[in-house]
Design a protein around this ligand. Sequence first.
Ligand SMILES: Nc1ncnc2c1ncn2[C@@H]1O[C@H](COP(=O)(O)OP(=O)(O)OP(=O)(O)O)[C@@H](O)[C@H]1O
Ligand SMILES: [Mg+2]
Length: 272
Amino acid sequence: MNEMLKLTDVEHAYAGGITALSRINLAIRPGEHVSIIGANGSGKSTLLKMMNGLVFPSSGEVTAYERRLTEEALEEPAFRREFRSRVGFVFQDADVQLFCPSVFDELTFGPLQLEIPAVEIERRVGDVARALRIDGLLARAPYGLSGGEKKRVAIASVLTIEPEVLLLDEPTNALDPRSQVWLLNLLFELKREGKTVVAATHDLSIVEDFADRVVVLSEAHEVVADGPTREVLADRELLLSVNLIHEHAHRHGEVIHMHEHGHATGLDHGHK
Ligand SMILES: Nc1ncnc2c1ncn2[C@@H]1O[C@H](COP(=O)(O)OP(=O)(O)OP(=O)(O)O)[C@@H](O)[C@H]1O
Ligand SMILES: [Mg+2]
């Protein structure tokens, strides 16, 4: 199969007519590591939620595994189960995702829903908890954890489902430098395993390290670039135009220089 997830001519407006996505055509193929980048409010989270069947298009269509991804389709138990076992989503805000009384329950919730055998669930919880260094937190209540701990638990609760597609919304948000390195290693490991990852971020440094392909959303909620990471990140005019790097005027003696500021290596302090 060539396309796991496909959006065709998608528009989305929230209640009150607030546009979040406009004229989106996008396909995600197996094994790709894609970054969705764009300024605040450009529609990244809405796009990921749509790929996970949590938000539906106002017009246009979304297909998943060659079926239309609609509310009705997801009400069918067989399709819902297949889709939920294949596609996992980590929310931007871990507080939205965590609702169980304990971290252990968070990690077992997804696999239990999918009726995975208890012995297998135990193995997954052990492996994932060790890898994410949350094995000491299993008995804790999620609401009492720190922001970064919550984020790690939210990621773990999706990994125990072992989905083939991971949709990650701002995965490095709230993570300290060591946990960010850990997250990058996890992304490389997922790549080795052939998993598909779509991550929304405005952290251009992780984009460089992790993505094969970058999709840029503009503040008009449209895709304005979609291509190989190096090519897209080399287009400074584009990154400036969508507010992902910014210019400052700095005075050096009598001369005013324009500098660009971004997080990606090679994008900082480029003189114009
Ligand atoms: N539940 C909602 N109800 C109404 N409008 C919403 C809702 N969620 C998002 N929006 C609006 O839709 C647009 C896109 O929001 P979205 O959260 O998808 O952007 P984003 O690119 O993820 O932003 P950020 O970088 O801040 O996370 C914004 O204008 C936002 O205000
Ligand atoms: Mg967002």
